[in-house]
Structure formats: C-alpha cells, structure tokens
Design a protein around this ligand. Sequence first.
Ligand SMILES: NC(=O)C1=CN([C@@H]2O[C@H](COP(=O)(O)OP(=O)(O)OC[C@H]3O[C@@H](n4cnc5c(N)ncnc54)[C@H](O)[C@@H]3O)[C@@H](O)[C@H]2O)[C@@H](O)CC1
Ligand SMILES: Nc1ncnc2c1ncn2[C@@H]1O[C@H](COP(=O)(O)OP(=O)(O)O)[C@@H](O)[C@H]1O
Ligand SMILES: [K+]
Length: 501
Amino acid sequence: MLPLLTAKQIRDADAYTIAKEPISSVDLMERASKAFVGWFVNHFQDKQQSITVYCGTGNNGGDGLAIARILGEHGFKNLTVKVIRFSDKASNDFKTNLERLQATDVKITEINKGETDFNQQADIIIDALLGSGLNKPLAGDYKNLVEYLNKLDTTVVAVDVPTGFYTDAEIPKDATILKTDITITFQQPKINFLLPESGPYIDCCEVVKIGLSEEFIHAVDTPYYLVEREDIRKILKPRKRFSNKGTYGHALIIAGKDETMGAALLASSACAHAGAGLTTACIPQSGLIALNSSMPEVMALIRKDEELPAIAWDKFSSIGIGPGLGKSTDTLQLLNDIIEHYKKPVVIDADAVNLLADNKQLLNELPTGSILTPHMKEFDRLFGQHENWWQRAQKAKAKAEELAIYIVLKNDYTIIATPAGKLYFNSTGNPAMATGGMGDILTGIITSLLAQHYTPEQACLAGIYIHGKAGDELALPNRLNVVLPQQVANQLPATMAKLIA
Ligand SMILES: NC(=O)C1=CN([C@@H]2O[C@H](COP(=O)(O)OP(=O)(O)OC[C@H]3O[C@@H](n4cnc5c(N)ncnc54)[C@H](O)[C@@H]3O)[C@@H](O)[C@H]2O)[C@@H](O)CC1
Ligand SMILES: Nc1ncnc2c1ncn2[C@@H]1O[C@H](COP(=O)(O)OP(=O)(O)O)[C@@H](O)[C@H]1O
Ligand SMILES: [K+]
C-alpha cells in the first residue's frame, strides 16, 4: 500500500529527507527538476519547439528555473522564462536557482503586479507558478493570469501540481485553476488527483520519484492509501493440489427480474470465473432458460413472486444481492429475510442498495463486515446529496466506521472505505469499462472471493483490483474504446493467474 500524503505531510517528508539523507534542499530541488526533465524530454522530443516556463517565486517557481536551465543543457534553445513577481517574497532556493539561470543564455523576463499584457506565444507552457504551497483560492493578478492562460490553445505541462489546484481539501466550486495537458507530479499522486474533480484540470498525470524517504512515507499516519499490484499479489492464493470445488466455497447471487435478467447472468458469470467452487443464481423462472443456455456451470434457485425458496442458509459461504433485482415490496422482503437469517458479510449492490436507501433503518442491521458497492448516485441516495467527491469520500469513511461495514464507492479510482477508517484507492481500470453491467461483474467477483474464504477487506481490495486489471489487459494493449462486461468476466482467470504467478 502506498500511503498518500497531504501537502503538509509532503513538506514534512521533504524536511525529513533533507535531514536524514542528508541532502541540501536546493539539491533536492535539483533532483526533482531533473526527474521532471527526464520525463519531459522523452515525451517532447522536438527541441525546436518554443517553451515558456512561468515561474512563481516560491519553491515551485524554483523548480521551474532549474527545469529551464536543465532543458537548456539538453539542447532546447527556444526557451523563455517568465518570472511572475506578484509576491514580494521569494524562497531561498528560488533565489539560488535564479542566479544559476542568469549565468546561462536562457531568456528571462518578468511580469509584475498589476500587469495584464501577458503576450503568450510559445508552443508549450510549463507551469511553475504555484504548487503544493497553495493556501487560498487564486485571486487578483494570479487569477487574471490563469484565466488568460486557460483561454489559449497551448499545451500546458504543470510542475508537481496545476496552479490553483488543492491537493487535499474540498475544491471550491468557483475556484480558478490552470487546465493542464500533463501534470508531472513529484513522488506520488496527490489525493485530489484521484477524484473526478481533477478531470477538467489534469488530462494526464505522470508521477516521477524524487527520492523522498520511503521510511518516512510508510510511517505516516494517513487514512489514504493507493492499492498497488504487490498488495494484491500478497492477498491472492494459488489453488491447491488435492483441492476440490468444496474448497472454494458456494456463492449465492440473488439478482435479476424479467427485464434485467442480464445483470444476474453477468454477476453469476463473474462469480464463477473468479473461482467460486459453486455458484448458484437465485432468479425468477423467466431467466432459467437464459441461465442454463449461457452459463451451464451455474445452478439455479427459482424465486416465485420474490419469495425466497426455503434456503439452507449455511450451505452458502457468501451471498451477493442486488444486480437487476428491482425494488418492489417483495424484494424488500427478500433483503429483510437475508439480513434476518444470514450472519456472514453480504455483498449489497444496485437495487439492493436503493432498497437500503429507502429503508435506512436496515443499514444498522447489516451483518458486520458487509460490503456495499454503490456508484455515485446510489451513494447519494443512501447518505444524502454531496457537492463533490471529497465530501463523498469523507462520508464513506465516517459511515463505514459507524456501521462497521465496507463501502465501495465506484469510480475511476474506486474508493474502499473500511470499518477501521481507511480509504483505499484502487489503481486499475479505464474508461473503456464505463459500460452498463460492469458493476454487476464487480459484485460477482467480490461475492466469489468471499465464498473462497477471503476476508471482506481482502475480497474488496483484490476484487476491485482484478476487475480493473482485467479491463486494462483487454483495453490498453489493443487500444479498445470499449470493453464489455462479459469480456471482463472471461478475462478474470488469466488476470488472476498472472497476479498469482
Ligand atoms: N518534496 C517535494 O515535493 C518537493 C517540492 N518541491 C516544490 O515545492 C513546491 C512547494 O513550494 P512552496 O511551499 O514554496 O509553495 P509554492 O511554490 O506552491 O507557493 C509559493 C507561495 O505562494 C503563496 N501562495 C499560496 N497560495 C497562494 C495564492 N492563492 N495566491 C498567491 N500566493 C499564494 C504561499 O505563501 C506559498 O508558500 C512543490 O509544489 C514542488 O514544486 C521541490 O522543489 C523539491 C521537493
Ligand atoms: N472510467 C473508468 N475507469 C475505471 N473504472 C471504471 C470507469 N468507468 C466505470 N468503471 C467501473 O465499472 C463499474 C461500473 O459500475 P456501475 O456503475 O455499478 O455499473 P452497472 O450498474 O451498469 O453494472 C465500476 O466498478 C467502475 O469502477
Ligand atoms: K505548478
């Protein structure tokens, strides 16, 4: 797990690295600037292109000055630096780097307070105005400049953080923030980069390591973590010699109605493909032929008038309920029955989440460790309207702790809120997966992993990771625009095998 640090914690990591390594702060700035340029020159290979580096007078500006000098050393000749003197203060490392730059032939100009004639001409803008030091919304001269730059059709590459972007707080609705094509950020993604509010400002984010102390980073007290491949490798267990279907549990998927039977089929298919020893789909009669012809591996338990047939609850090692279920009074009764009889964690998705939203008292009765998998709208129906994802993430954290459940808030970087107050961000998945039924696949996978005796936390972490990873394996190498849910289900065995290998 990569702990994700706030701007303040990154400053502390900086200070710790400087003292512990030891390295001077200006040398650390040099290292960061070289890391930036290393990525930049690989991506922008035409050295004739004109580049303007906008430098504030703090450390982000200091980086910009060093970057301009190093780009010059790489043979970029068409370079201009604009030093933005909107503040009377300047950091020491900014001053040192200004002197170093003045000793080169890079052209340096200044923009002073109150100036409005910015006259931007270059092919590429490097944004080193403000970085993680932002402490209030942009106003006055900064706001004017950023609004001006946002109107241009020029490629913008930000150093560390787009100017005006809050890395770890609610982003005010009317904030002025620089729109960047690429943000090359230092050491690790910033928390808000993983939330949809960053979409308009960061088209693409690249992380370059700058050698901050790993020891410090891993000891930091933070609720925010990025899930990495290695974490999932440690969770997933290979199938054993002499094992049989009984070893891998029996999952029950309660889903589907006449018009949305596909959801039940997709969830059941994913459940079987993710390795449950046995999968039973509890569906209405109308789905039986479809189930038997499309998924002969899956058994059926027929629901009549949304009444559960007599169920030997102990027979099932896990239950997932919700995909395509509808929300009639009968389905509410079904959910009530499960909550009453089944004492192990339950996976609750889609219409079953909506039933909970309409009957909130049931939230307090869910088996401990149950897993809710709402998308944004379902989440808001459950826990109230939220203005942004920062609020949603904080609410998920509070509710997961309060109700002792896992809340999987589905998104580009799906967030898993845990009863222990952690927020894990998933790192796999891609927009080709934004198609109806993809969530049903996720429900099937998590239910399958629970059946195989993974803990609810492991089932969430691994389930969401492999769901996105299967989608990545299909979409990325083939540059597919769209990946369909059934393809993801079919890909799961290969994805899991690669992770376990
Ligand atoms: N560990 C790291 O991540 C490293 C960070 N470095 C750079 O240091 C940057 C942070 O530098 P600083 O802390 O000097 O801060 P910035 O350079 O981001 O900002 C400079 C100053 O501007 C002022 N300011 C904040 N919000 C403002 C607003 N809305 N309008 C006008 N002025 C405002 C603040 O007083 C702030 O200290 C990082 O983004 C990165 O580029 C690198 O130099 C080296 C290592
Ligand atoms: N842009 C994206 N990047 C990564 N994953 C995505 C993206 N869009 C959708 N997904 C994944 O697809 C699933 C969609 O779930 P959901 O909205 O419940 O779909 P449905 O209800 O149609 O089954 C989620 O797991 C989500 O994380
Ligand atoms: K910046």
